[in-house]
Design a protein around this ligand. Sequence first.
Ligand SMILES: C[S@@+](CC[C@H](N)C(=O)[O-])C[C@H]1O[C@@H](n2cnc3c(N)ncnc32)[C@H](O)[C@@H]1O
Length: 226
Amino acid sequence: MSGQDPKFVKGAFAKIADRYVMTNHVLSMGTDILWRKKVGRIVQAWNPERVLDVATGTGDLALEIQRKCPDAKVLGSDFCPEMLAHAEESGVQETQVADAMNLPFDDESFDLVTVAFGLRNMENWEGALREMSRVIQVGGRLLVLDFSQPRGILKKPYGFYLNRVLPKIAGLMTGEGEAYQYLAGSIGEFPFGKEMLRLFEKAGLSECECELLSGGIASIYTGLKS
Ligand SMILES: C[S@@+](CC[C@H](N)C(=O)[O-])C[C@H]1O[C@@H](n2cnc3c(N)ncnc32)[C@H](O)[C@@H]1O
């Protein structure tokens, strides 16, 4: 178990940055919006004061958190300046270019760290979780939203859509079919369910929970820094 090549990932997102949001909404048929809204509701109940949205990309989750928690200070960070430029334009309060594997923040700087569809793309999943946990204060939380693998009757049709249909549509929309072929592969390799919860625990988090979204196509993982 490891992670992805950071050079390839940064380059791939730089190329699709201008079309990322629209392509997401088309490929997920708008479901990605509902998933982020669900995260927004969870976060609202925690009433955080200082939030770091890691791998914020174009800032969609950071913006949702700002809407739900208007009193919170929200910082979006990403290692791809082309993606982050869109987050700034869209109105994310504060942004910072930063590699999630080596965050430029002191220990325990935030009471909530979130990462949506970012962890899967990182170089070392276990190391990234440890690094995010480091900057969370005791009693604060980590929330990860990412793709997982559905079981049962959804498994086959979803696999066909992901591997055959999605790269073709995305290729037509962005001219970067390869980046979306990578997406399918990255989901297949990425730990999910109990395996992800074990990584959370190894990173010093407790009360770890997993909630399946859309039959397991995506999952929300949460943990408490103890
Ligand atoms: C699929 S996008 C997700 C963007 C956003 N969070 C969302 O929900 O749409 C993945 C993002 O992760 C970022 N990323 C990948 N590895 C990273 C790393 N090591 N440090 C910081 N950002 C990283 C990429 O630059 C990209 O913007």
